[in-house]
Structures are given as structure tokens and as C-alpha cells.
Ligand binder design. Sequence first.
Ligand code: NAI
Ligand code: ISE
Length: 344
Amino acid sequence: MSLKVGLIGTGAIGKDHTRRLAFTLNNVELVGVTDIVDGRAEQVLSELGLKNVKVYKNDLEMLPDVDAVFITASSTAHAEIVIHTLEAGKYVFCEKPLATTAEDCLRIIEAEKKYGKRLLQVGFMRRYDSGYVELKETINNNTIGNPLMLHCRHFNASAVGAYTTEMLITETLIHEIDVLHWLINDDYESVQVIYPKKTRTASSDQIQDPQVVILKTKTGICIIIEIFVNCQYGYDIVCEVVGESGIASLPEVPSVALRKGAQSSTKILTDWKERFIAAYDIELQDFIDSILTDGQPKGPTAWDGYIAAVTADSCVKSQKTGQVEKVILTEKPSFYDLTSSILA
Ligand code: NAI
Ligand code: ISE
């Protein structure tokens, strides 16, 4: 049996997931794609050599023909498309962030609750990365005792010209916001954003790059994250957990160690598509298989999307005030306790 799916938004990750759905994943049939920019969907299909995939005018035209949609449109378009999909009773995989406001995440939660079972998964793929999974097992096994402090880095070689100071939080840090509370089984209490000296390599001097974010959890764990989206040298993801009796670190991406020309070196990747290629494959396959076998997805939920949005909002507030800002969530709907999640 295979799941009939469509994809909305054929930009950078949309093209990559189109390739994945058409050529890499099992038990899935890519029926169609759509993009708001005329000709973009056709171009991606032609570049990938996909002749039997239909181009739809928009998500509404596609919905009757599919069981599930993959939303890879720009973040500002997510909420509306997610709501359309849930109202049609179809499954939805929505790339991060679930929506650009916490209010929209709550609207999505209400729409999903009405349906009575989980229909939605958010694209927080790091929970499927073997390195983070091993790190979580190491923490859960009490190998380093209780976590006390974390030091993390999320660096991109360069960001597109349109990247803003806020987007370092809402588009980039959002991955750490999601994966770290999952990793250490704790909830966020407060955040603070600090601005170091600005790089001269950003495409606009309007953007504050890099930034340092301090997240404090309810049990007192202190997390320091450096975000730098124009670091020039590569795509570098670091996560080091300091515990009571040792330190556990995210494994480095394997690479041949070179000793050459009086230098010793290993490779650093430059592109997020390559760094998390296996995680994206496993994540999308899990979404497809969970629906086919259990009738609902079991990866990151709309509630996880909401936690990330509220925490991001507090970070954006702190960017403006320079102060420590609280992270205040509404009460978690019991719906999300009852629904299964192996990734909880
Ligand atoms: P992009 O700008 O390359 O592509 C977005 C595409 O969506 C464009 O082709 C645009 O025309 C289209 N679009 C916008 N509004 C639309 C609408 N209403 N209906 C149909 N198409 C629409 O952006 P990119 O980098 O591919 O990001 C897309 C989304 O995926 C963002 O939400 C981003 O945060 C997320 N993302 C997630 C990544 C991950 O690691 N999980 C990596 C990169 C992006
Ligand atoms: C992009 O949207 C992603 O999600 C990538 O994983 C992240 O590293 C990058 O900073 C974002 O722009």
C-alpha cells in the first residue's frame, strides 16, 4: 500500500523533498506539486526528470487527490495551508517553523483536536539524526549524571540577502529550541539574547550576526547557543552537554582524516541538505509509515511547534529589550498526552 502525497512550495528544501519522495522513499506516490511562483514547480519537475507528476494551481486544488501534503512553502505561508489541509481531514507534514506566530500554532492545534486524532507532524528533523538520538540515549542512561550546562553552535557559511536579525531566531535557532528540550527532558523557563560584535561579512549591515542565546530550563540547566549565519567556513553544528560526572558531545560528521602538506585536517560540510541528509530521509519515511501502519504520525507534534514558537517569540522580545524574558506556555491539551509519540 502506498500513501498518495502532494508537495507545496518547490524552493530549496521543496526540491530536495520532491527528489526524496520521488526516488528515495518507500510506500509513497508523489501525485503532484505546486508553487505560488508561476513556472517554478514545472522547472523543478523538469530538473528532476519527473514527467508523471502533476502541477496543481494551488493547495486547495491538490487536496482532493491526496492523502497527505508536505508543506515546504515559505514560513509565512504555513499556517493557512496547514489549516486548509486539516479542515479537509488530510495528513500534513509541515516544515519548521509550524507557523510564524504562537497564535497561529494554537489555531492549528484547535483544528487538529477537532479531528480527534493526530494528522500533523512538524519537520524538526534533528530528532531523527543518529547523533542526537545517541546523545539522548547517553543522557537517559545517566552516563554523565544530570546535565548541568550545554554549549551549542549553529553556524551557516552564508545566509541569503533577505535574512533578518529575527530570522536568526525564527528560522535558524528554532532547530535548537526544539531539539534541546527534547534532548534533556526539560522545559524552558527563560531566554536572553546577547549581541556580540557584528561580522563584516553579512550581506547587509542591518542584520545582527552573530548572536548568543542563553536558555534556562525549569530545573536550572543553562544552555548557551552561538548562532552565526555568515561564518564563511562551513555548516557547523555543535552540541556539548556538561553533566555531573562527564561531558557528552554530538558526534562529528565522519570524514577521512588527512595528514598532508604539514597539516592534519578533517572535512566540514557546507550545506544543511548534506549534513542532515539521513535524518530527513528517516523523518519523512517515519511520517509515511506511521500513517500507513497506525493511522497517525508519531514525530514532533503541533504542540512541539507551539513550544518552539513561544520560545522564539521570547527570544525576539529579548533581542529588543536585551533583558531576560520568560517563556510562558498555555496549558498543554491532554489530546497531545493521549496521542502516541515514540519521539517524546
Ligand atoms: P525557498 O524560499 O527556497 O522556497 C520556498 C518556496 O515556497 C518558494 O518557491 C515560494 O515561491 C514558495 N511559496 C511561498 N508561498 C507559497 C504558497 N502560499 N503556496 C505555494 N508555494 C509558496 O525556502 P526554503 O529554504 O526552501 O524554505 C522553505 C521552508 O522550509 C521554510 O519554512 C523553512 O524554514 C523550511 N526549511 C527547513 C529546513 C530544515 O532543515 N528542516 C531547511 C530549509 C528550509
Ligand atoms: C534553514 O531554514 C534551515 O532550516 C537550516 O537547517 C538552518 O541551518 C538554516 O539556518 C535555516 O535558514
